[in-house]
Design a protein around this ligand. Structure first.
Ligand code: ATP
Ligand code: MG
Length: 370
């Protein structure tokens, strides 16, 4: 077997390979372009990233022959979504550096593995229980009764934007919720009464340095992110603790690139005020405000990290509120294009389906004193 490929600092005109053709891939490719890199996007369909990449390929993530052709044309491979098959990442890693490494994918693709990993390094997560087969239902009902209060059942794999989740009001509802999710492996977790949601965008460089962006407070509705607001308004010591938790996760994964860590803040009186909800081994929607409010944004920071560069200055020069444009909300773009302090980002997707992220705005104001 060949040695895993290694990376050193990539120079201008090197080719960054990006798996996934969505809006995150597009914004990664744009950031790479600013630094003089070329990009090659590999997607299973022609998404928005194809509009800006230097080159693109359509291929399945299970076609090793297509992936080999892609690998031969790039200097490093990264990805914009966490469901890249681990076997594909491991295969590519034999010939070209894949960053973040396949371990981050394996951990974040399965909620049970992810929560077990995070808890295992001493970081609080919501009480949870895996539900893999009918034989686990009774134990899950008993676990829920012991936590008290409502729960949420989530498919272990392939959930996003709240899809693959059902509320569970009482232990007696566990069995029907599991059936309604298709009787696939799931995680049942206690529904936490949080004060607010935040996320930490951490970046780890090839030499192991960790930096974090300022912390946004995130508002969801229907399981989908609506707004991210910076500064969060949370006390500085709490934010410092949140940054430290994210850094510990990045280091434990031997991570390279941007890692998003979603957290619940349970309020000052909770035994564990901060609880990690989930991680995403990629740039993240709750970091889009960095594009206009920071010196180096999350997309550039990720590209710098996977190219072996120093991370640069992640500091924030403005207050920012990021609002997603979901579905037909994108039709408001002519008004948003003239709104004061408003940076408009449209992904250029052809069809504005319900629940689809079509763009976002970053509304800036002067940075308030710390
Ligand atoms: P995304 O891809 O948008 O991050 P997702 O589908 O992976 O979402 P989660 O992040 O687990 O799913 O959940 C989506 C939202 O549902 C959370 O941001 C939060 O608002 C709510 N939620 C999830 N788990 C819990 C919980 N245990 N207690 C309370 N609220 C929760
Ligand atoms: Mg989430």
């Amino acid at each position: 077997m060949s040695e895993p490929a290694s990376t050193s600092r990539l120079g201008p005109r090197s080719v960054i390979g990006i798996l996934g053709s969505g809006q995150l891939g597009k914004m990664l490719a744009q950031a790479a372009g600013r630094l003089g890199f070329r990009t090659h996007v590999y997607g299973d369909d022609a998404g928005p990233a194809f509009d800006v990449a230097s080159a693109h390929s359509v291929g399945s993530f299970t076609s090793l022959a297509r992936l080999d052709e892609f690998a031969a044309n790039v200097d490093v491979v990264t990805y914009e979504f966490e469901n890249v098959p681990v076997v594909a990442a491991e295969h590519l890693a034999k010939t070209v550096p894949v960053l973040p490494g396949p371990k981050a994918l394996a951990v974040s693709q399965d909620r049970q593995v992810e929560k077990t990993f995070i808890r295992g390094i001493g970081i609080p997560v919501a009480p949870f229980m895996g539900l893999a087969s009918a034989a686990d239902v009774t134990a899950a009902e008993a676990a829920m009764a012991a936590w008290s209060g409502p729960a949420i059942l989530k498919t272990a794999r392939l959930g996003y934007d709240g899809k693959g989740q059902l509320p569970v009001a009482t232990p007696a509802d566990v069995a029907s919720a599991w059936r309604d999710l298709g009787s696939v492996p799931c995680v049942l977790e206690q529904r936490l009464a949080f004060a607010c949601e935040i996320s930490v965008l951490a970046v780890r460089s090839l030499d192991g340095a960790v930096a974090t962006f300022d912390i946004p407070r995130n508002e969801h509705s229907g399981g989908i992110l609506r707004r991210s607001i910076v500064p969060s308004g949370l006390p500085a010591p709490l934010e410092a603790e949140a940054r430290s938790l994210a850094g510990r996760i990045a280091t434990a994964l031997d991570y390279v690139g941007v890692l998003a860590v979603e957290m619940f803040y349970l309020g000052p009186d909770a035994a564990t005020p901060l609880v990690v909800n989930e991680i995403a081994p990629r740039v993240h929607n709750s970091g889009h405000w960095t594009m206009d409010a920071c010196v180096v944004c999350q997309f550039e920071a990720h590209i710098r990290a996977v190219a072996g560069w120093p991370l640069g200055d992640l500091s924030r020069h403005s207050n920012a509120e990021m609002r997603n444009l979901i579905g037909r909300e994108v039709d408001e773009w002519p008004r948003l294009a003239t709104a004061p302090g408003t940076c408009l980002h449209l992904y250029g997707k052809r069809e504005a389906r319900d629940g689809r992220k079509m763009g976002h705005v970053n509304v800036l104001s002067p940075r308030s004193p710390d």
